[in-house]
Ligand binder design. Structure first.
Ligand SMILES: NC(=O)C1=CN([C@@H]2O[C@H](COP(=O)(O)OP(=O)(O)OC[C@H]3O[C@@H](n4cnc5c(N)ncnc54)[C@H](OP(=O)(O)O)[C@@H]3O)[C@@H](O)[C@H]2O)C=CC1
Ligand SMILES: N[C@@H](CC=O)C(=O)O
Ligand code: NA
Length: 431
């Protein structure tokens, strides 16, 4: 029985896992698709690089054309990363009627709409399950499992590297730099880990999730992003004292026809299910009008978990080939994009201030909040080493982003406020 030939772009952390799964799970794959599957050619940068997988040099190439123009190759699996060059490769593959599976959230967040259109025009499948939350089948969960429901909120931990870092900082009091290095060694981080720690990787994933979840063309520019590089051990400790766990949270929320999408370090009440998601694990809460509250959980990064999602997409392509229905699954966004204004975005906030330890300072500060109609859920005042100073930690009740940003401006103008040390969104607790 003739095998289906695959072209692989990339043989790094994920690509290596893809080759291993195709080899080790060949029987299960064959049973589902009715024929053997083999990797025919692999694009790499350096054919002489040491790899923890046995592969013949004949299978390796540094010329993408050897794959994109090979008439025997039916499916191109892209696990090389990068955006512009990779977009050109995948466009060529689709024009040559090759189906595409990718794990590339950078590419899909920026050029996904165009590539999906090209796939449909060429009768090709373009699947990208691995691009969001690694091995968790969240995209199929949204598109298939919750196809009948109207999704109003998606909230989750969608970056394994930062979750690994925050977990070790919180639970083992390890330093940020030491844990980031370990995450890189474990293959969780992007080639440029700035993408992880500054929240961009999570923002790209939230772009993809919100586009599918809300059936609206959300672009990366619509996502407000803040990473974890400025989170300090002190913040984590203060938060823990108040019963919070720090996580990098992506939120996409729809109220009526307007949406907000953001990524930021967030204090979760310790009892929140997402507070228990640790290390490189991810989890996505999906709130649907009919289904209510669901949560998808699993490894968001790493070779084999991510490769599982890639090869599962491959199996779906091959199943469609057997049925002759390739290129028919993508559905264009249904709704026109409408973004919320700052006065329509509501949350609770954690604010840490260093102030002069003088009579009346506290009243001065709280009066600014009350002038904007914002009250408090928790208040903590602590002495600090510097003489004549004190630290105040405030957790507000729900406030609009517009009001909160105005309050921060007025606090910074106060002579008695030395520094606004930190400010974080808070999720969970008293409504
Ligand atoms: N790591 C993870 O846990 C996850 C990664 N992803 C995504 O999967 C993709 C791959 O990630 P990962 O496997 O970690 O990346 P790696 O850096 O480990 O591997 C990249 C691979 O692509 C090859 N490559 C890169 N650029 C080129 C180029 N211009 N020409 C030819 N070959 C090239 C490299 O070649 P060589 O080996 O010769 O250097 C390497 O084999 C990325 O888009 C990433 O965002 C998605 C989910 C999870
Ligand atoms: N660098 C990413 C890899 C998976 O998408 C992460 O840490 O989640
Ligand atoms: Na996934």
């Amino acid at each position: 029985m003739e095998a289906i030939s695959i072209g692989l772009l990339g043989l790094g952390t994920v690509g290596t896992g893809v080759v291993k799964i195709i080899e080790n799970h060949q029987d299960k794959i064959m049973h589902q698709v009715g024929c053997p599957v083999k990797v025919k050619k692999v694009l790499v940068k350096n054919v002489n690089k040491e790899r923890d997988i046995s592969i013949t040099k004949e299978m390796l190439t540094t010329n993408a054309e050897d794959i994109l123009n090979d008439p025997d190759i039916d499916v191109v699996i892209e696990v090389m990363g990068g955006v512009e060059e990779t977009k050109d490769y995948l466009t060529k593959a689709l024009q040559n009627k090759k189906h595409v599976v990718t794990a590339n959230k950078d590419l899909m967040a920026i050029h996904g709409a165009k590539l999906l259109q090209q796939a449909s025009q060429n009768g090709c499948d373009l699947f990208y399950e691995a691009s969001v939350a690694g091995g968790i089948p969240i995209l199929r969960g949204l598109v298939d499992g919750l196809a009948s429901d109207r999704i109003n909120k998606l909230m989750g931990i969608v970056n394994g590297t930062t979750n690994f870092i925050l977990t070790k900082m919180s639970k083992q009091q390890r330093t940020y730099n030491e844990v980031l290095k370990e995450a890189q060694e474990l293959g969780f981080a992007e080639s440029d880990p700035t993408s992880d720690v500054e929240g961009l990787d999570a923002a790209r994933k939230m772009t993809i999730l919100a586009t599918l979840g809300f059936s609206m063309n959300i672009s990366l520019e619509d996502v407000k992003v803040q990473g974890i590089s400025k989170v300090t051990e002190e913040d984590i400790r203060y938060g823990s004292q108040l019963g919070y766990t720090m996580k990098l949270i992506g939120v996409a929320q729809r109220d009526n026809e307007k949406v907000e999408v953001s990524v930021q370090p967030t204090f979760l009440i310790d009892s929140h299910p997402l507070a228990a998601v640790n290390d490189e694990f991810n989890a996505v809460y999906v709130f649907g009008e009919a289904v209510g509250e669901t949560m998808f959980y699993g490894p968001g990064a790493g070779s084999m978990p991510t490769a599982t999602a890639v090869v599962s997409d491959l199996v779906n392509v091959l199943k469609n080939m057997r049925l002759g229905v390739n290129g028919k699954s993508a559905v264009a966004p249904q709704y026109k994009k409408k973004l919320k204004e700052a006065n329509e975005i509501f949350s609770k906030y954690f604010l840490r201030l260093q102030v002069k330890d003088e009579v009346g300072v506290f009243a001065e500060i709280t009066s600014i909040f009350s002038q904007h109609g914002v009250s408090f859920e928790k208040i903590l005042q602590l002495p600090v080493k510097e003489k004549g100073l004190a630290e105040i930690v405030l957790v507000t009740h729900h406030a609009s982003l517009a009001d909160y940003e105005n309050i921060l401006v007025e606090l910074r103008d106060l002579e008695t406020v030395q520094t606004v040390k930190s400010s974080y969104r808070v999720e969970g607790g008293i409504k």
